[in-house]
Write a protein that binds this ligand. Structure first.
Ligand SMILES: Nc1ccn([C@@H]2O[C@H](COP(=O)(O)OP(=O)(O)OP(=O)(O)O)[C@@H](O)[C@H]2O)c(=O)n1
Ligand SMILES: C[C@](O)(CO)[C@H](O)COP(=O)(O)O
Length: 235
């Protein structure tokens, strides 16, 4: 039977965020970013295995999730890599060995840093892709006019935004396709799963996401994320 497996890359250092700890461990609306993200994905009932991939030397995770604190289908893997793509590749490899991840299983890769993802948007992705030959990702059509900057940060041209989308996560692919794509890709160069799959000559489906599913990247994002999180908890 095909499984739906969630994989949360949570091994970054949050350099652009600039906090004293990696941004996935920053507290917003009473819980860490990671706890919010995990809580949202555990609400997706079709996901029957959820893997949190942290850095091998992660000093934070055990205090947040003491051994018995996680639901039975949620597991922590200490195999994060130097890049996000390496973290995902390492997580897939360990999932194959430790949890019998099969090529036909669906894998939903979701950034720990996207802690405001809505269950509705994940359900839209699941509904749109569960019979799709390749898989797909949540994304937003570009709404602003886009400028290409020169080295002096002056406008050198305006980019035609027609047909341009901003990729979000989850990005959902059959485990076999994604494993093959990541085995062939330059893991220092790609910044999402879809780009590796595209390099196989495949065309992932774009599924409309939500503006609240933005990625916590710099410190100024914390206020907006807190706002969205408080809407959810009604605080
Ligand atoms: N080697 C890495 C780098 C990133 N990530 C994860 O990938 C997601 C998106 O990456 P990004 O926003 O770039 O996070 P950081 O790499 O931590 O941020 P920065 O680039 O500012 O250091 C985050 O949840 C991050 O924890 C990861 O698992 N392994
Ligand atoms: C995967 C991603 O969130 C899609 O927009 C984005 O590519 C991650 O980029 P980052 O530089 O690792 O944050």
């Amino acid at each position: 039977m095909t499984r739906y497996v969630g994989l949360i890359p949570a091994a970054g250092i949050g350099a652009r965020f600039g906090a004293a700890c990696p941004k996935q461990y920053v507290k917003l609306a009473g819980k860490t970013v990671l706890e919010h993200t995990v809580s949202r994905l555990t609400k997706i009932s079709v996901i029957d295995l959820l893997l949190i991939v942290v850095a091998e030397q992660d000093d934070y995770i055990d205090s947040i999730y003491p051994a018995a604190a996680l639901p039975a289908h949620v597991h922590i893997l200490r195999c994060g890599g130097a890049t996000r793509a390496q973290t995902v590749r390492n997580g897939i490899a360990q999932a194959q060995q430790q949890f019998g991840l099969q090529d036909n299983d669906w894998l939903l890769v979701h950034d720990a840093a996207r802690c405001c993802v809505s269950a509705d948007s994940v359900q839209r992705l699941l509904a749109a892709t569960h019979n799709h030959a390749v898989g797909g990702l949540l994304a937003l059509p570009v709404a602003d006019t886009l400028k290409q900057a020169d080295t002096a940060q002056h406008v050198c041209c305006t980019v035609n935004r027609a047909g341009l989308w901003q990729a979000q996560t989850p990005q959902m692919f059959r485990a076999g396709i994604l494993a093959r794509a990541l085995a062939q890709a330059d893991l220092e160069a790609i910044t999402d799963e879809s780009s590796a799959v595209e390099m196989l000559g495949l065309a992932p489906l774009l599924v409309s996401g939500d503006v609240c599913n933005f990625k916590l990247t710099s410190a100024q994002d914390a206020m907006l994320a807190t706002y969205f999180l408080q809407q959810e908890t009604g605080e």
